[in-house]
Design a binder for this molecule. Sequence first.
Ligand SMILES: CCCCCCCC/C=C\CCCC(=O)SCCNC(=O)CCNC(=O)[C@H](O)C(C)(C)COP(=O)(O)OP(=O)(O)OC[C@H]1O[C@@H](n2cnc3c(N)ncnc32)[C@H](O)[C@@H]1OP(=O)(O)O
Ligand SMILES: Cc1cc2nc3c(=O)[nH]c(=O)nc-3n(C[C@H](O)[C@H](O)[C@H](O)COP(=O)(O)OP(=O)(O)OC[C@H]3O[C@@H](n4cnc5c(N)ncnc54)[C@H](O)[C@@H]3O)c2cc1C
Length: 627
Amino acid sequence: MEGVDHLADERKKAEFNVEAMKIVWAGSQHNLEVSNRISKLVADDPAFRKDDRTMLPRKELFKNTLRKAAYAWKRINELRLSEEEASKLRFYVDETAYTDLHWGMFIPAIKGQGTDEQQRKWLPLAYKMQIIGCYAQTELGHGSNVQGLETTATFDPHTDEFVIHSPTLTSSKWWPGGLGKVSTHAVTYARLIIDGKDHGVHGFIVQLRSLEDHRPLPGITVGDIGMKFGNGAYNTMDNGVLRFDHVRIPRNQMLMKVSQVTREGKYKQSDVPRQLVYGTMVYVRQRIVADASCYLSRAVCIATRYSAVRRQFGSQNGGPETQVIDYKTQQSRLFPLLASAYAFRFVGEWLEWLYTDVMQRLQANDFSTLPEAHACTAGLKSLTTSVTADGIEECRKLCGGHGYLCTSGLPELFAVYVPACTYEGDNIVLLLQVARFLMKTVSQIGTGKQPVGTIAYMGRIEHLMQCRCNVQRGFAELSADLVEAAVAHCQLIVVSKFIEKLQQDIPGEGVKQQLEALCGIYYLSLLHKHQGDFLATSYLTPKQSALANDQLRALYSKVRPNAIALVDAFNYSDHFLSSILGRYDGNVYPKLYEAAWKDPLNESVVPDGYHEYVRPLLKQQLHTARL
Ligand SMILES: CCCCCCCC/C=C\CCCC(=O)SCCNC(=O)CCNC(=O)[C@H](O)C(C)(C)COP(=O)(O)OP(=O)(O)OC[C@H]1O[C@@H](n2cnc3c(N)ncnc32)[C@H](O)[C@@H]1OP(=O)(O)O
Ligand SMILES: Cc1cc2nc3c(=O)[nH]c(=O)nc-3n(C[C@H](O)[C@H](O)[C@H](O)COP(=O)(O)OP(=O)(O)OC[C@H]3O[C@@H](n4cnc5c(N)ncnc54)[C@H](O)[C@@H]3O)c2cc1C
């Protein structure tokens, strides 16, 4: 029934102030106000419709994305939105587009690695979208191994230019988002060669397409790499292939904050670590952690609301059947994901703080926290994206058969999200970086150096103090175990940041209690999952392990009446969720029924192809039957 809130009874059960929880989730009253305003602006505008996305053929889908991106930009200018509001608008438009890379990587790369002069020249053009840029690092042959990139940038002292070249097929740039069909410029990573000497990988601003007719400039071959996983999803993005045939760019288009090439062809390194060339990746990994909570919470919101609507078995004396959310098995799969969404929100907030702190230190030439920032961004990116991708798929299963329909919103959410486990650093490769950092720390503890920050706890572990560890020896052989250690380290960060959040003043009736319950679910479910490790290492006795499990079940019961309100606190509009199963009003069945009839296959009663391919079969059966 239209207008009826089928989840009203569930909402009445809430034992906390949902509006106050919305503020906690948003980060502040101000953030909540901006989110409300901008999400409504997008939801109310039919130009941002997205319910047909999974049905559109690629070319139409892509053109539609271009239209939406242009329209979003028009609205941003008409309404004079601030940078914060504009980025919220792109978030609520909820369609992966070339603009993500322009704002998310091209501009940050110039800001982070360009000199003041370079920033003055390029940023105003980019901010006004008079040029559109992408981040062209990965090649056909190498993605993870950045030092293995093959594209060359050879300095020509006669003309004061770099010659950008793709010497092999495997050196073709491959994957950069926005490159395939739209970008006019790319921050391109290439090996710097001066006088035959290879100085390693550096960033260069290279124009790819004419600003007049959008054709590739001489020496440039560029296109899209083809369809990707799922319908709609990441296919709104033009991930591209790019080859250079001795393309010349002026010397001042090498990004020169970290190192410089002089007019005479001298290579000079600033007094900063060369790893700052990787700075854009650190920035984006930090953003990806913040995003993980958004994706996971969307899936959890859909699965929680639907689990309260869906009933199976358990009818007593002709009464209603049991809501599937009341099954302990459903709770034990769903509530740890609900808790994870909140946990990732808070660790994302903390990581943003850590990143800002590192940036401020770098300004003051203090590079001491860079390795920790690299380990935290790499490790948390890996942990949160893996859990989120698996969590979205679990939410699909929690919704039974209907979860498999595109109208549930879950298949597209999974398809668009799952590459986050690969892009911006393959998750295993990133965990190996964390493992390396941990092993280095162990070796330093042995020499008496006290670890600080997120590794301070290692200084309190007695047996680590006796360790004499060489990072290289045995590392490869033990890498699978070291990856597990890296995950455990990252989980510890997530748990400790959740606990630190609870130590803050959190206003709103019952809000803190709910967060305490969720925090308990987060760490107790981890403890339960890994109880074998805890028992094997005697960190827990079997009795303690059993008690922890009892406590976990008790927390599920505590959260159960609050579950719907806890997902309402994410404050997602029906437009943003784009899911019949996750509708705010829970009016699932009539809407599923209605939507089925809107499928293009149902436009005609007899399908195209019937007369060619089905009718002859039936005729043949009639003939056989007569025989
Ligand atoms: C609103 C904004 C939202 C933006 C969101 C946009 C989303 C758009 C969606 C998708 C975009 C996707 C874009 C991409 O995928 S871009 C390509 C990303 N590529 C990668 O991530 C490659 C992964 N590989 C690497 O990062 C590295 O090469 C490495 C694997 C980490 C290191 O390899 P290697 O062992 O060869 O190391 P090096 O010799 O290069 O360096 C050794 C020392 O440096 C330290 N290190 C490495 N990386 C960093 C870093 N980033 N920062 C600081 N320090 C770093 C490393 O630990 C070594 O240190 P040590 O002390 O041990 O010597
Ligand atoms: C949707 C999408 C968007 C992207 N956007 C961009 C972009 O805008 N710009 C850009 O430059 N790039 C982009 N990329 C590329 C992306 O960054 C790389 O694909 C990613 O860094 C992984 O590198 P790879 O493909 O070389 O994987 P590989 O390293 O080849 O990984 C293959 C397998 O090998 C394993 N492996 C690799 N090295 C090791 C090791 N040392 N030890 C153990 N196992 C190892 C990995 O775990 C994985 O299982 C994008 C990729 C995708 C999927």
